[in-house]
Design a protein around this ligand. Structure first.
Ligand code: FAD
Length: 501
């Protein structure tokens, strides 16, 4: 049986960050993930290194803040954290983010009060002195009327103007998670995908004993560790239950959905941030020459079904998009594909969709020693989460090894003579050989970005399956079957219209 300082359950962005920070701090670490790394919620996001404006969103009225000073403090604290992490990420890992100009339309109906938007953005800049600028600019109505994309906004006569500012987009979160896993591995961590944790026990020898099963071989095994890190995202309560641990409910799942479309050329590279008619945030986000919009909120459990988009959700988001831009009149035929995920939110009995806070929970003083969990973790603040988890583990156990340099660098791109414009074949083959990619989905969504293109790799997946046969050991027939499974996956999970493929 292997013995470690720390065992991490969950190989999404929070578990990956915990692994790289713990390993760099000298803790011998093992990370166990039941699917592929970043294959769950971390691979279904809106990809924003968001500036934190959402923490001052309209639902959080001034009165709400005045009557709930704790909420106000939490919001300001999280907004400041978002801004600091934004600056730090942009400076440390510029290859994995890109700046986007975002517009927030300011209507006279007060859906987003002008004073509040300005106050929020200016406060954000003040919370991160010396940080990466938001480049805030007020575009007056006269200028809006001549702007190629803004002329598509509804009710131009009712606009006080539009605020523009710079948001950053992760390009792309799954690869950031993979890079982080590989940094952890370089620092000595053992990281395993397709391993499900079934049982967690605090044994009499003062160790955590974790029973897991390798899902490729169906073989069970156990690992022991002095500290247990529950980074299972929307499943943190399930993992706690697998240990019968006296830990209260910590998670509330919240479903989010995005729809990918191609907008007119005038929109290229331009993002929008506003609120839906029901008061929820609404984003229209560029993605190369496409756009996606969403995300919607619904309280749900993290079931496979809730990682798929329902027809009503598509209709709702199309209606909001057409309300914002009546000239577009988007319909189902314009939907290239959709994606949904279940966000882990911190359980809060007062907030049906879960609280907006990201929180570390350390249960050592409540009878569960060396058990650390993280609720409501976000991609945009994952490095903060990794540091917090490592500090909490370090407050309870000593690292068995020496510390090593911590790196946030992007892994250098892998290229080769077999690459074409459509297929980065060298990187795909590298992923299958050195980065634990087992399936075509692992390869095309999380080792390279082909899966997130307009055609989602549907047209090239046969070539990919053939091109990795010498690595995977697939026969020609098996390669066809794997490619077919990949296309079925696109239709089932992303509403990708296979009929047109
Ligand atoms: C539509 C949408 C838009 C979003 N937009 C943004 C955004 O713009 N910016 C942003 O920062 N965040 C965004 N988020 C939120 C963000 O994606 C998540 O909060 C974040 O990815 C959570 O990371 P995680 O590591 O906690 O969870 P996950 O990525 O879900 O990782 C948890 C992992 O634990 C594994 N696991 C669970 N149980 C077990 C077990 N028993 N054994 C082994 N492994 C197990 C799961 O398989 C999973 O891979 C968005 C989310 C959605 C759905």
């Amino acid at each position: 049986m292997s013995v470690f300082d720390a065992v991490i359950v969950g190989g999404g962005i929070i578990g990956a960050s915990a692994a790289s920070h713990l390993a760099a701090a000298g803790f011998s670490t093992v990370l166990l993930e039941q699917g592929d790394f970043a294959g769950a919620t971390s691979g279904r996001s809106s990809r924003l290194q968001h500036c934190g404006l959402t923490y001052f969103s309209p639902g959080r009225s001034l009165a709400n803040f005045l009557f709930h000073p704790k909420l106000a403090l939490h919001s300001i604290d999280h907004a400041a954290r978002s801004m600091r992490e934004r600056s730090a990420f942009v400076r440390a890992t510029p290859e994995r983010v890109r700046p986007l100009t975002f517009f927030a339309p300011l209507y006279k109906d007060g859906s987003i009060p002008v004073w509040k938007a300005r106050l929020g953005l200016n406060l954000l800049e003040k919370l991160d002195p010396g940080g990466v600028s938001l480049d805030i600019r007020h575009i007056p109505p006269a200028e809006v009327r001549h702007h190629p994309a803004l002329t598509h906004l509804r009710d131009a006569g009712d606009l006080y103007g539009v605020l523009s500012f710079t948001e950053y987009q992760f390009d792309w979160p799954e690869r950031i998670c993979l890079d982080t896993i590989l940094h952890a591995r370089d620092a000595g961590a053992v990281t395993r995908n397709y391993v499900r944790v079934d049982k967690v026990e605090r044994t009499s020898d003062q160790f955590w004993t974790v029973t897991a099963v390798d899902l490729r071989t169906d073989l069970a095994f156990t690992v022991k560790a002095k500290a247990f890190v529950n980074a299972a995202g929307a499943w943190i309560d399930h993992v706690a239950r697998a240990g019968n641990l006296p830990i209260p409910r910590l998670n509330q799942g919240a479903k989010g959905t995005n729809i990918m479309v191609r907008l007119p050329e005038a929109f290229r590279g331009q993002g929008f941030e506003t609120i839906m008619r029901d008061g929820d945030p609404f984003y229209v986000i560029p993605w190369d020459d496409l756009h996606y919009f969403g995300p919607m909120d619904a309280a749900v459990e993290p079931t496979a079904e809730n990682f798929r988009t329902r027809d009503e959700e598509i209709s709702h988001l199309l209606a909001e998009m057409n309300h914002l831009f009546p000239t577009l009149q988007l319909g189902r035929k314009d939907v290239l594909y959709t994606w949904s995920g279940v966000r882990p939110r911190t359980f809060d009995p007062q907030a049906p969709m879960g609280g907006m806070t990201s929180e570390l929970h350390d249960f050592s003083r409540r009878g569960v020693p060396a058990y650390v969990t993280y609720s409501g973790g976000l991609i945009m603040t994952h490095r903060h989460a990794g540091r917090a988890i490592t500090a909490a583990v370090g407050s309870q156990i000593q690292p068995s090894g020496a510390s090593r340099p911590l790196t946030y660098a992007a892994r250098p791109p892998i290229t080769g003579p077999q690459d074409t414009d459509e297929l980065p074949m060298a990187a795909i083959r590298h992923g299958a050989t050195h980065e634990d990619a087992r399936t075509l989905t692992d390869m095309l969504f999380r080792r390279v970005k082909t899966g997130w293109g307009e055609r989602m790799g549907a047209d090239t997946v046969d070539d990919v399956a053939d091109g990795v046969r010498d690595i995977t050991g697939w026969s020609a027939a098996e390669a066809r079957r794997q490619a077919g499974d990949y296309r079925d996956f696109l239709a089932r999970e992303f509403n990708f219209p296979l009929a047109n493929s």
